[in-house]
Ligand binder design. Structure first.
Ligand SMILES: [Ca+2]
Length: 203
């Protein structure tokens, strides 16, 4: 009897511990706009065209990437509105062979002085060409995200930033607000959830 109880407790505990923690929901890439400081293109003598839009097409292969040469080249995303970002995932070209160095910055307005660095000289693992996760200090409210490249450790192309794909994740939306159709008195007063403290502010 007692054994059964223990087993039950262990199973319940495991269920609680293993329950997936919702980091965030992926933002639909079709709603994101992107631009960049520069990119490799045929008309500038490049091997092909690698504009920033190729980081939002869902394809991780090298042919579908943004590529730019030089320290400090950047790619910038506009999420359309300020969103509570929880995570970024970046897939680098030859990410299983190269360690890339990047800064990640966030802004609510995109204005020059509004940028906050949320990752300072972060590095990719050099072990995966798949998505790699970059935390954003727990959570950061941002509309614009800029990734700045500072080269990689390859011998042939150390000055390049080559990103195959980027995905953005935001905290789930708050419980749906009642549609403003009903003229009933507002019995469901605004829950205290709108007063979330910025507990996990970007550091
Ligand atoms: Ca791509």
């Amino acid at each position: 009897m007692r054994m059964a109880l223990v087993v039950t407790m262990v199973v319940l505990l495991a269920l609680v511990v293993l329950a997936p923690v919702a980091v965030g929901q992926e933002i639909d890439k079709k709603t994101i706009k992107v631009t960049a400081s520069a990119w490799e293109s045929k008309d500038k003598g490049g091997a092909g065209d690698f504009p920033p839009e190729l980081t939002l097409d869902g394809k991780l292969d090298a042919a579908s990437s943004w590529r730019a040469e030089g320290q400090g080249q950047w790619i910038q995303y506009d999420l359309g509105e300020v969103k509570p970002l929880t995570e970024l995932k970046i897939a680098f070209v030859s990410g299983d062979k190269r360690v890339y160095k990047i800064d990640i910055l966030a802004s609510k307005t995109g204005e020059e002085k509004s940028w906050t660095k949320i990752d300072d000289k972060a590095t990719s693992t050099g072990k995966s060409a798949d998505y790699e996760s970059f935390k954003v200090g727990g959570r950061v409210d941002a509309r614009y995200i800029r990734i700045v490249g500072f080269g990689n450790n390859s011998e042939k192309f150390p000055n390049w930033i080559n990103i195959a794909e980027v995905s953005f994740f935001a905290a789930p939306p708050k419980p749906a607000a009642k549609p403003p159709t009903s003229a009933k008195p507002a019995t469901s007063a605004q829950p205290a959830s709108s007063a979330q403290p910025a507990e996990a502010g970007g550091k």
